[in-house]
Write a protein that binds this ligand. Sequence first.
Ligand SMILES: N[C@@H](CCC(=O)N[C@@H](CSC=O)C(=O)NCC(=O)O)C(=O)O
Length: 299
Amino acid sequence: MSLNINSKIASCGGKLLKCTHDSVATKTAMNVNVYVPKQFYTAAKTSQKIPTLYFLSGLTCTPDNASEKAFWQLQADIYGFAVVFPDTSPRGDNVPGDPENSWDFGKGAGFYVNATTGKYKENYNMYDYVHSELPQLLQKNKDIFEDKIDFLENVSIAGHSMGGFGALSGFLKNLNKYKSCSAFAPIVNPSVVPWGTKAFGGYLGETSKSKWDEYDPCTLLKNTENPDNKYKIMIHVGTADPFLEKQLKPQNIVAAAKGTTWENAIDLNIVDGFDHSYYFISSFVPAHAEFHAKHLGLI
Ligand SMILES: N[C@@H](CCC(=O)N[C@@H](CSC=O)C(=O)NCC(=O)O)C(=O)O
């Protein structure tokens, strides 16, 4: 499948590519933004390819929210990594949305799982899309990326809110795939909070609790060995986040890690006065960028 570049926008020292492609996983056209950092344009081609950070956005987002408001580009230029901003769901008139027409399910709210239920299983396969199809597609498009960017192996993942959940679950389910994982205000325990139970009930089935366990980070880390405490997870969440108590429950992941090989691996930072917005995210993007740059071998 080919990647179509709809626009190429100068941003910081590199270029933001706004792209569209057909997806096998979602059976729709998908939008994705890719930030190609300045090193792509200035450095000579070497065997050391530019690594990639995948950033999964939250409910209601398109690839543009984080591209415009997270300020990853500045950091990507400092360290020399590409950033991929996938969409949050399949789109289009033929894709089923939320029966209640709410923003927390359906279009803009794919939750990064593979749906198994009725009308959703056809298109809502965001897990396969984000962790498998999209990286392979990007890697294959050598005419665009000149084989100078590593989209498959030296890669890390981050996300916000629903996307923070997607980053945590994708990381824990693919420990050999990602070098590091971080999250901003993530939904850490979707099986017990309203956004998560609605999404898991709708996409995976109300009674399929074993399927829910396959995606819930609090269950996954109990069932996933962190060899020699190799992996660390960085999390920031603000005390003024309106979703903190009801939807995010960051303390649940620390509790779940107790007595497991993840006990000392969760770096949870509760930051005073910050809310759920991109003002919060962009404030801590520099810390997350440095964390990922270390794990990607850039510093
Ligand atoms: N549109 C809703 C608010 C939804 C919201 O806050 N979305 C967050 C992610 S929440 C968890 O996944 C977000 O990132 N919004 C986009 C942005 O640019 O801020 C409402 O109208 O209340």
